[in-house]
Design a protein around this ligand. Structure first.
Ligand code: AMP
Length: 458
């Protein structure tokens, strides 16, 4: 998963993009990058592994001149986590430069790459996104927006894109609308971001979403748009509302905070916990859902788990002992809140079950009498091919066991998930127009043909 940010029409473009990326850090922590383009078409880039805050030096940002910039925070879902795969992708071609920042996953990238390689293309990364850059360079269309439209014809899967061709900034969303992308205004400048929290940090106002299938072009002459044909129904990713986006953002035109509270209220209706004393969240992603659960159930909301905010992405051996240790480094339980109580723990999702198992052990260790787990989404039974980092079926605990067995495996006294219909009724703009393949198995497109190659990118 990734965060993208772009701006056109201000001399401070790179510095503002840098600021915007801070608010998109939750969408990807593996690498970050910025490309800035000056009016004469000269372009510069900075790319670094790691966080935005420890990724760039101010003096390097200051060297990035120009009225146009795009930036990216990366969490790899296709291709490996290396500096070669850090974005924006940045190349020189006959029309100047192309820079591209991509959020989403292309489902036919391996085939498209094979076709390009057969014609002699040489790739510098294992990212699916690089395919689009090659296709732009091959287009003979006159305008940058027509070149991007050419490049995207035949590309399948999820993409929200920010592209600079020459000195034109382009924004595009796939016709299914899988990933969010919003347009903002900052003085005379146009701003684009994955989430509105990145508009807030730079002081931009929200204009509207880039429409599914649309290509928006901005240059010194102003803004133009190629409308495109949205899919019916749309396949906006429901997991953005459940876990991924920040609660202070609007995505797909709806408030993430309101969505999560509604999910929590619906969960309380469907999965009450009679006899429980308190409810609490697994911080931070399920805070709003736990508030909703508390509101609808009448249970008192407590802070029973404390999250350590200074834990980076420390490498821990991928063994069970390593994973358990990881939970302890990240969370601790508050004995004074838990001792002798029957408690409801709300989390937004269970993926492998390792975090939950570790948390339940912490709660019991701190004296909880009964632990009832409530999850503000349905069981995850399949991988995501559209940009969320959900593992293969074999690693998904709920793909391989009944709900009762999952409950036993994670060590709770009871386990209750939100229903698919309850989830779709609770999210803004629901119940139609969402992708819920990871829960329902209803994949809107053909899954990638060769999964191993899809994951590795080559
Ligand atoms: P697990 O131990 O795999 O069951 O992890 C579940 C926890 O990971 C939940 O608390 C979620 O908030 C969080 N989570 C859900 N989806 C993802 C994801 N794609 N990447 C990282 N964390 C996630």
């Amino acid at each position: 998963m990734c965060g993208i940010f772009g701006i056109q029409g201000t001399p401070d473009a790179a510095r503002i993009t840098h600021l915007g990326l801070y608010s998109l850090q939750h969408r990807g922590q593996e690498s970050a990058g910025i490309v800035a383009v000056a009016d004469d078409g000269t372009a510069e880039q900075v790319r670094k592994m790691g966080l935005v805050s420890d990724g760039f030096e101010e003096d390097r940002i200051a060297l990035l001149n120009g009225a146009t910039a795009i930036g990216h925070t990366r969490y790899s879902t296709a291709g490996t986590s290396t500096i070669d795969n850090a974005q924006p992708v940045f190349v020189r071609f006959r029309g100047g430069h192309i820079a591209l920042a991509h959020n989403g996953n292309l489902t036919n990238a391996v085939q498209l790459r094979g076709a390009l390689e057969a014609e002699g293309s040489i790739f510098a990364s294992t990212m699916d996104s690089e395919v689009i850059v090659h296709r732009i360079a091959k287009s003979r269309a006159a305008s940058p927006e027509a070149q991007l439209a050419d490049a995207l014809r035949g590309v399948e899967g999820a993409y929200s894109l920010l592209v600079v061709i020459g000195t034109t900034l382009l924004a595009a969303r796939d016709p299914h609308g899988w990933r969010p992308l919003v347009i903002g205004r900052l003085g005379d400048a146009w701003v684009f971001a994955s989430e509105t929290c990145a508009l807030d940090i730079v002081g931009a106002s929200i204009v509207r979403d880039v429409a599914p299938g649309e290509i928006v072009a901005v240059d010194a002459q102003g803004m133009r748009t190629l409308p495109g044909t949205p899919a019916t129904p749309l396949h906006r990713c429901v997991f953005e509302y459940i876990y991924f986006a920040r609660p202070d953002s609007q995505v797909f035109g709806g408030s993430v905070d309101r969505a999560r509270r509604a999910l929590g209220r619906q969960l309380a209706k469907e999965q009450p916990a009679p006899g429980a004393d308190i409810v609490f969240a697994v911080p931070d992603s399920s805070n709003a859902a736990a508030l909703g659960y508390a509101e609808a159930s009448g249970l008192r909301l407590e802070h029973a788990l404390i999250r350590n905010h200074y834990v980076g992405r420390t490498f821990i051996q991928p063994t069970q002992a390593g994973r358990d240790a990881k939970v302890k480094v990240k969370y601790n339980a508050v004995r004074e809140v838990l001792e002798g109580r029957s408690v409801v723990m709300v989390d937004d999702s269970i993926v492998r079950g390792t975090t939950t198992r570790g948390l339940v052990a912490l709660l019991r260790g701190a004296g909880a009498r009964e632990v009832h787990m409530r999850v503000s989404s349905p069981p995850i039974t399949g991988p995501c091919y559209y940009g969320i980092d959900t593992p293969e079926r074999s690693e998904l605990i709920a793909a391989n066991m009944s709900v009762e067995d999952v409950g036993r495996a994670i060590g709770v006294d009871s386990l209750g998930y939100l229903s698919l219909n309850g989830m779709l009724a609770a999210v803004p703009g629901g119940p139609d127009g969402f992708c819920h393949a990871c829960f329902s198995g209803q994949y809107p497109t053909q899954p990638p043909v060769d999964l191993k190659r899809y994951r590795s990118g080559v």
